[in-house]
Design a protein around this ligand. Sequence first.
Ligand code: FMN
Length: 186
Amino acid sequence: MKCRRSIRRYQDRQISRADLETILEAGAYAPSAGGGQRRFLVGVRNQSLVETIGRLNVARFDRSKLSGSYVSADQPSIIDDPAIKSGFYGAPAVCVVFARKNFLYSVPDAFCCAENMVLMAAELGISSCIVARGEETFDNEIGAALLRDWAVPEEYIARCFVTLGYCDGPYPEPKPRKANWGKIIE
Ligand SMILES: Cc1cc2nc3c(=O)[nH]c(=O)nc-3n(C[C@H](O)[C@H](O)[C@H](O)COP(=O)(O)O)c2cc1C
């Protein structure tokens, strides 16, 4: 857990189908509200399709609400660098995490899956990044066609993504933890 970093610079080298399956399965084993397992996970290993979806992910990114702080100097995000055209940063593979529409714990269910997946990726030596804006990404004609192609159940909505690939360049050190991050009460 301490070694995992969000990686936004990727080599042009695909991950194996077996590793993708292992990472998706880790998502399926994530905790879920009420044990309902209300999620649907799609792994995409087609690089040009990953690029298409990554561009849709940025298309409706609202820069007007940014707080002004930077995300990462060594692994710049779309917040740091407006020239980045894909929200998936050139990763060769991505997982789309769908969760139940109109369910109170839909968003936490999805991000629990994503966290399991990035930890499994780290275990396999694969770099990753959780990416938000699932809803906006598919809210267009191309997105709707993909959901039909993938036979995503009607009652599910995309909540987030996990990019996957191999880190290009030096693997970053974690940012120091903020002081006063918690305590133990005996
Ligand atoms: C809920 C959530 C949403 C995130 N969304 C994005 C995103 O859309 N794009 C991105 O590049 N990183 C995203 N991240 C990754 C964070 O930027 C990253 O975790 C943070 O900068 C800390 O870096 P680290 O993961 O390397 O420790 C997200 C992380 C979380 C937990």
